[in-house]
Design a protein around this ligand. Structure first.
Ligand code: AQP
Length: 330
């Protein structure tokens, strides 16, 4: 089985954007690929986090993966926490020493997150290298992601190719981003030019997987659209309306063309009502399942099992690479 890997930062409660770019794709391909699904808690501290809240977010993230349909009982599903495996940081250091400051400073996410912030951490610059280590440690071929992380997967590709060529050995499998056709960039509800984020300054502009039907309705009914009044999918000229159509398509399980046809000729109010309803319905199912999961011991069982397996794979890869670069004794 080829390998697929992804992680969702526990920097807050996951959003419907994280579902579309990450979790939904895992669910779709979990029977096809050996899947490494981790909680990148080390990435979360590139910006300040409250330690108590971070612990809670980590557990909540795993509960949500499972509630949204990830099947922890599959033999080929490995769920683990990044910081419980020291090889991620070890390999990241080696990769940092094969990365150029210029290529890291050009990363779109770094530019966005460091904008108007004089005191950003060094980790904010180097975290895409840690992400490369997360991927390359497991020889993952496919990395499900939204468009926002595509550049980081490209860095992982470049580093794999650079190492393979410099040491004239197959150090790493060269990974590929796996970007969904629909839902690769769910947009911020207030400013649809931006992507929806779990740690956005305005929490009313994001729908979180734990939002109540009332919260969802309020947020969706206030979503920014345009003054044109026509329902059409046109991301450039009608990003707000296109975003609502996309959300409906993913959560109702209807193709984008059929979604557009369904709302063609109607008003924005009807579209918003339908989006709020379908989201409330799907998220309520996830939340009910989440409540059951959190009462059971399934989260810790899955993490114990996945952690042990992941450490074993990562140790083998790290030992190989440390010898290749010349560390330690012959
Ligand atoms: N708006 C989005 N639309 C589609 N996919 C998205 N992803 C994130 N936002 C959207 C995808 O979700 C997966 C996990 O991302 P992450 O949590 O590791 O980091 P992120 O991309 O930085 O997500 P956030 O929500 O914006 O987090 P914060 O606010 O902490 O920076 C990835 O596959 C990502 O592409």
């Amino acid at each position: 089985m080829e390998r697929l890997l992804t992680g969702l930062q526990p920097s807050g409660t996951l959003t419907i954007g994280n579902y579309c770019g990450g979790i939904n794709q895992i669910c779709k391909y979990q029977e096809t690929y050996e899947t490494f699904l981790f909680v990148p808690d080390m990435h979360a501290i590139t910006v300040p986090q409250d330690p108590e809240q971070l612990h809670k977010n980590i557990r909540q993230a795993v509960g949500l993966y499972l509630a949204c349909g990830v099947d922890a009982s599959l033999d080929n599903m490995h769920i683990y926490i990044q910081s419980e495996n020291p090889y991620h940081a070890n390999l990241s250091w080696i990769l940092e020493c094969h990365s150029y400051y210029g290529e890291l400073a050009r990363m779109h996410q770094f530019k966005m997150k460091s904008k108007n912030n004089e005191s950003f951490t060094a980790g904010l610059v180097t975290y895409p290298v840690l992400m490369a280590a997360d991927i390359l440690l497991y020889d993952a071929k496919y990395v499900p992601t939204g468009v926002d992380q595509k550049q980081h997967v490209e860095l992982a590709r470049n580093l794999a190719e650079r190492m393979n060529s410099r040491y004239q050995e197959e150090c790493f499998v060269v990974p590929e981003p796996m970007i969904p056709e629909v839902g690769a960039k769910i947009r911020d509800l207030a400013n649809p030019l931006n992507k929806m984020s779990k740690s956005a300054d305005n929490p009313k502009a994001s729908v979180f997987l734990m939002d109540t039907p009332e919260e969802i309705k309020k947020k969706i009914m206030r979503a920014t659209t345009d003054s044109d009044g026509k329902i059409a999918f046109d991301e450039e000229n009608k990003p707000g309306v296109s975003n609502l159509l996309t959300i409906y398509s993913v959560f109702a399980g209807v193709s984008l063309d059929d979604t557009v046809a369904r709302f063609d000729g109607g008003g924005y109010g009807d579209l918003k009502k339908a989006v709020a309803e379908v989201l409330a319905e799907r998220l309520t199912v996830f939340q009910d399942k989440y409540a059951e999961i959190m009462k059971s011991g399934i989260v810790d069982d899955a993490l114990d099992r996945g952690g042990e397996y992941a450490r074993q794979i990562a140790a083998e890869k790290y030992e190989k690479i440390r010898k290749i670069v010349g560390f330690g004794r012959i």
